[in-house]
Design a protein around this ligand. Structure first.
Ligand code: ACO
Ligand code: ZN
Length: 454
C-alpha cells in the first residue's frame, strides 16, 4: 500500500526511520519479535522508528511505560560523535547487545538527528540512569551533547551504523535465521526475512514442499512428508497447458493455507510485500514445469478478484532457480492474456520491486518492438493534451530488428493463447458483499474450502 507521509502522522525523524524498513500502519502492525498482530493493547510502539513490540516479548519490562519507549534498534544506535571518534568497528560477538533489561529501558543513545538526541540524552542525565552502552559516548561532556546540532541528515557512516545496529538487534531478539530453503531438488538462498512462526524461523534451513507448500523445520519431517504428500501439483484448476508448462488457478478462499504459504515463500524474495494472511480476495496463478513425477513450482502471480485500481497483478515471482529463463515475461504475458479475455485493461500493483521494474520494462520493450516491426500504417498517438502536437516517433528499424532477432535466437518460451481454458472469475453477490466488508458469510459456505492439512 502507498501512504501519504502526512497521513502516517509521524514526525520527520520517525518518517525517515520508517522508510528504512517494512513499515506497517497501525492496523497492520505486528510485533517485531513474535510477528503477531494480536494483543495490540499490550504493544509498545517505538517513539523513534514506530516499530511495535509486545510488552510480553520485551525482556525486562512488564507494563506499558508512561514515558516514550524506544526499541532495541533505536536504543543501540551510537551517537554521531562516537562515529567520528570510533569509525565503523567490525561487529563481533562481544558487540552484540545481550538481552537485558536496559535494551528496553535505557534511553536511546542515538537517534539519527542531533536535535532529537540532545533532548533524550538530557533526560537520561536528569534521571541518572545506567551508564549508556557505548562508553565513549558516556564520557563526552554534557555540553557536547547540548551543542552538537551540526547535522540533521544521516550520513553514510550513520546508515552503516544503523544497519549494524539492526543486525545486532535481530540477533538479540531471536528474529528469523532462515538463510536457505530446501525446495524440491534445490537448496535456495533466501533474500529477505519472512514472518514464519518463531519455532520455524530458528533454523538455518526451512524445508518447503514444492507441491502443497507446507513448511517444515527438519529434514526428517520433510522426508516423511515427501512420501505422504497427497498431491503432486498445485491445488485448484489447471487452466493452461502447453508442452511441459502448466498453469493452475488457485482461489485464496478455497485454498487458504496453500496461498498463505505461497505468500510467505514469496516474501523471502521480496523486500516490500505486505500480504500474507488475507489471501481470500486473491486468485493465484501458479506456473509449473511438468515431468513424470509431477508439476514442479516455477513461479506465480497473484491477482485481486476485484481490483478498484484495475491491477491485473498484485505480486509476481519466479523462483530464483528458474530466473532469467523468460518465465517472468511468460507470467506477465499470461496476466495480460487473462485481462484481454476479461475485456479489461490492467497493470501491475505499484510500487514495483527493482527486478519487477526491469522485467516489465523488458516485457514492454519486446511487445512494442514486435508491434512496430509489423507496422505498415502511420503510427498515431492517441490525442492527449499533455503531448505536444509536434510530437513524433522516430523508429530505427535496424535497432528493432536486431533486438527481436537476438530475442528469437534465445528460444524463450512464449504463451500460446489457444492453450488457455478459462472463464473469468465471477463473484457471487454474497461473496462480493463480504469482500466489500458489508456482511458476513451465511449458510455454512465455508465447507467449500479444500485446504490440505496433515
Ligand atoms: N538483472 C538484470 N535484469 C534482470 C534481472 C536481473 N537480475 N532479472 C530480470 N531482469 C530483466 C531482464 O531484462 C530480463 O530479460 P532478459 O533476460 O532478456 O535480459 C527481464 O527482466 C525478464 O527476465 P525473465 O527471465 O523473464 O524474468 P524472471 O523469470 O527472472 O522473473 C521476476 C522476473 C519475477 C521479477 C523475478 O526476478 C523475481 O521473482 N524477483 C523477486 C520477486 C520480485 O521482485 N517480483 C516483482 C515484484 S513487483 C510486483 O509484484 C508487481
Ligand atoms: Zn506437500
Amino acid at each position: 500500500f502507498l501512504v501519504h507521509a502526512i497521513c502516517t502522522e509521524l514526525n520527520d525523524i520517525s518518517l525517515n526511520l520508517a522508510r528504512t524498513y517494512d513499515w506497517q500502519c497501525i492496523d497492520c502492525k505486528t510485533c517485531m519479535a513474535c510477528q503477531k498482530k494480536t494483543g495490540e493493547e499490550r504493544m509498545l510502539i517505538c517513539a523513534s522508528c514506530d516499530r511495535a513490540l509486545h510488552v510480553d516479548c520485551c525482556p525486562g519490562i512488564d507494563s506499558i511505560p508512561e514515558d516514550d519507549w524506544y526499541c532495541s534498534i533505536c536504543s543501540s544506535m551510537p551517537s554521531p560523535s562516537s562515529i567520528h571518534s570510533n569509525p565503523s568497528p567490525p561487529l563481533s560477538n562481544n558487540d552484540i547487545a545481550p538481552r537485558r533489561k536496559s535494551t528496553c529501558q535505557d534511553p536511546p543513545l542515538t537517534p539519527l538527528s542531533e536535535n532529537h538526541s540532545t533532548t533524550r540524552r538530557l533526560r537520561q542525565k536528569r534521571k541518572g540512569e545506567d551508564q549508556p552502552i557505548i562508553s565513549d559516548v558516556s564520557n563526552q561532556p554534557t555540553s557536547n551533547f547540548e551543542s552538537s546540532t551540526i547535522r540533521g541528515t544521516p550520513s553514510k557512516a550513520d546508515k552503516e551504523m544503523f544497519d549494524r545496529a539492526k543486525l545486532q538487534a535481530m540477533v538479540s531478539l531471536d528474529l528469523p535465521k532462515i538463510s536457505q530453503i530446501r525446495f524440491g531438488d534445490y537448496l535456495v538462498d533466501t533474500w529477505y526475512v519472512a514472518p514464519y512462526p518463531e519455532e520455524y524461523s530458528q533454523h538455518p534451513i526451512l524445508y518447503i514442499c514444492e507441491y502443497c507448500m507446507k513448511y517444515m523445520k527438519s529434514k526428517y519431517v520433510a522426508g516423511r512428508h515427501k512420501v505422504n504428500c497427497p498431491i503432486n501439483h498445485p491445488p485448484g484448476d489447471e487452466i493452461y497447458r502447453d508442452g511441459n508448462i502448466s498453469i493452475f488457478e488457485v482461489d485464496g478462499r478455497k485454498n487458504k493455507i496453500y496461498c498463505q504459504n505461497l505468500c510467505l515463500l514469496a516474501k523471502m524474495f521480496l523486500d516490500h510485500k505486505t500480504l500474507y494472511y488475507d489471501v481470500e480476495p486473491f486468485l493465484f496463478y501458479v506456473m509449473t514445469e511438468v515431468d513424470k513425477h509431477g508439476c514442479h513450482f516455477v513461479g506465480y502471480f497473484s491477482k485481486e478478484k476485484r481490483s478498484s485500481m484495475n491491477y491485473n497483478v498484485s505480486c509476481i515471482l519466479t523462483m530464483p532457480i528458474h530466473q532469467r529463463k523468460g518465465y517472468g515475461q511468460y507470467l506477465i504475458d499470461f496476466s495480460y492474456l487473462l485481462s484481454k479475455q476479461e475485456g479489461k485493461t490492467g497493470s501491475p500493483e505499484r510500487p514495483l520491486s527493482d527486478l519487477g521494474l526491469l522485467s516489465y520494462r523488458s516485457y514492454w520493450k519486446n511487445v512494442i518492438f514486435r508491434e512496430l516491426q509489423h507496422q505498415v500504417d502511420p503510427i498515431s498517438i492517441e490525442d492527449n493534451t499533455s503531448i505536444p502536437k509536434s510530437y513524433r516517433l522516430e523508429m530505427d528499424m535496424d535497432v528493432i530488428n536486431a533486438h527481436i532477432k537476438k530475442m528469437d535466437e534465445r528460444c524463450l518460451p512464449h504463451v500460446d493463447p489457444s492453450k488457455l481454458t478459462w472463464t473469468p472469475f465471477a463473484l457471487s453477490r454474497d461473496r462480493l458483499a463480504v469482500l466489500m466488508g458489508q456482511q458476513t458469510i451465511k449458510n455454512g459456505e465455508e465447507h467449500l474450502d479444500v485446504d490440505i492439512v496433515d
